[in-house]
Write a protein that binds this ligand. Structure first.
Ligand SMILES: Nc1ncnc2c1ncn2[C@@H]1O[C@H](COP(=O)(O)OP(=O)(O)OP(=O)(O)O)[C@@H](O)[C@H]1O
Ligand SMILES: CCCC(=O)O
Length: 354
């Protein structure tokens, strides 16, 4: 069985080909900010990103027609249980209309659907960002009209947590981990005995990331919204695409920011340190969620390749538990496995109802 895996992030699209559980090749395409900025809505990028996928297949000498299924990362859907979902007409319409909000992961299902239709094979999404396992206590925000929402890098965090649990001779269900995904967005989650009982909404809470604001001072935010200087869409863009490190340094590339820091740019240094400071504070919050009963703190995602970033975080939080660094992500393997379980009849694909 061959599965083509598509994983669109805010700054890149990752693509991989699997023959059963074996990854034949895996690659990532970085999308320059000036190209992405040309699209009014994230859903509008699907043809641009499909062209990049087809170009990659041609470069790899792999034909689209040889795949038995296409698996894409799932998006901002209504809260749902984890698992593998068919991408049907209804689901692709929801992902395109994006009532849950604009996000690069909405493109995973859309791209998988269109590629699947070209060659008449099923398209799936697996453990989308809307997976919700939060405890009732975690849902309070302080305003009844604004319950907290679980939106996170669930797919990678769970895959990496399972891997680290295996390494220490336990199952995911037996451990308490704080897992931190440091990508285009940042998720810091309390994984308690196999359930993600609390997590910052990676689109609008928690630490600032390379392009998102994270939690903002609420009073000042309301004042800015009503200042007359910004439309609703401009404010939403500020929060989800133009905030965080990008707002301070005008780059979403942490490697470029680190290079500037090493060349003596003190503002770049301060901003990177602030990002690590905020991540560390959120880890402390999740340690409190688990009353200090933490087996490991796991740092993963693109930024976990950076020694500066992992050391800066570790020095603040190593007192809580041993830190494991798993750079990059396991999302491609997790997506392929989800599709393969359905293709092999080990699991039934779910149908998205909302
Ligand atoms: N070796 C590295 N050192 C420092 N930063 C790195 C390194 N490799 C990647 N990054 C940074 O990681 C960030 C992107 O991370 P990643 O690729 O995990 O995000 P994404 O997939 O685009 O988005 P998301 O993870 O939110 O879905 C970029 O800022 C990139 O510059
Ligand atoms: C919103 C959760 C996932 C992400 O930020 O990529």
């Amino acid at each position: 069985m061959r599965v083509l895996v598509i994983n669109p992030g805010s700054t890149s699209t990752k693509i991989a080909a699997f023959e059963n559980e074996t990854c034949l090749w895996k690659t990532g395409i970085d999308h320059p900010a000036q190209e992405i900025e040309g699209f009014a809505r994230v859903g509008d990028q699907y043809e641009y990103r499909i062209a990049a996928v087809l170009k990659t297949l041609a470069l790899k000498g792999d034909a689209l027609e040889t795949f038995n299924a296409i698996a894409g990362r799932g998006g901002l859907l209504a809260p749902l249980i984890g698992g593998t979902y068919f991408v049907d007409d209804n689901l692709v319409r929801v992902l395109q209309d994006a009532p849950g909000g604009e996000h690069a992961s909405n493109l995973g299902g859309i791209i998988a659907y269109h590629l699947g239709r070209r060659i008449n094979v099923p398209a799936f999404i697996v453990d989308p960002v809307a997976v919700d396992e939060m405890e009732p206590l975690a849902r309070f925000s302080g305003l009844p009209e604004l319950p907290r929402i679980s939106l996170s890098h669930a797919l990678n965090m769970k895959a990496v947590a399972r891997k680290v649990a295996r390494q220490i001779g336990k199952t995911y269900q037996e451990v308490n981990f704080i897992v931190v995904h440091l990508g285009g967005g940042i998720s810091v989650a309390a994984h308690y005995k196999g359930r993600m009982i609390d997590v910052n909404n990676a689109n609008s809470e928690g630490p600032f990331s390379v392009d998102r604001c994270g939690t903002l001072p609420a009073y000042q935010l309301v004042k800015l919204c009503y200042s007359g200087n910004y439309s609703e869409q401009e404010m939403l863009n500020k929060i989800t695409k133009e905030g965080g490190m990008f707002a301070y340094l005008k780059t979403k590339d942490a490697r470029a920011a680190e290079k500037r820091m090493s060349e003596g740019d003190s503002q770049a240094k301060l901003v990177l340190e602030a990002l690590c400071y905020q991540v560390s504070k959120e880890i402390g919050a999740m340690a409190a969620v688990m009353a200090g009963d933490v087996d490991r703190i796991v740092l993963t995602g693109g930024l976990a390749h950076s020694q500066f970033i992992t050391c800066e975080i570790s020095r603040r939080i190593a007192f809580i538990a041993k830190v494991e660094v798993v750079p990059g992500e396991e999302e491609m393997e997790a997506l392929a496995s989800g599709a393969l379980r359905v293709l092999k009849g080990e699991e039934q694909a779910l149908v998205y109802q909302a």
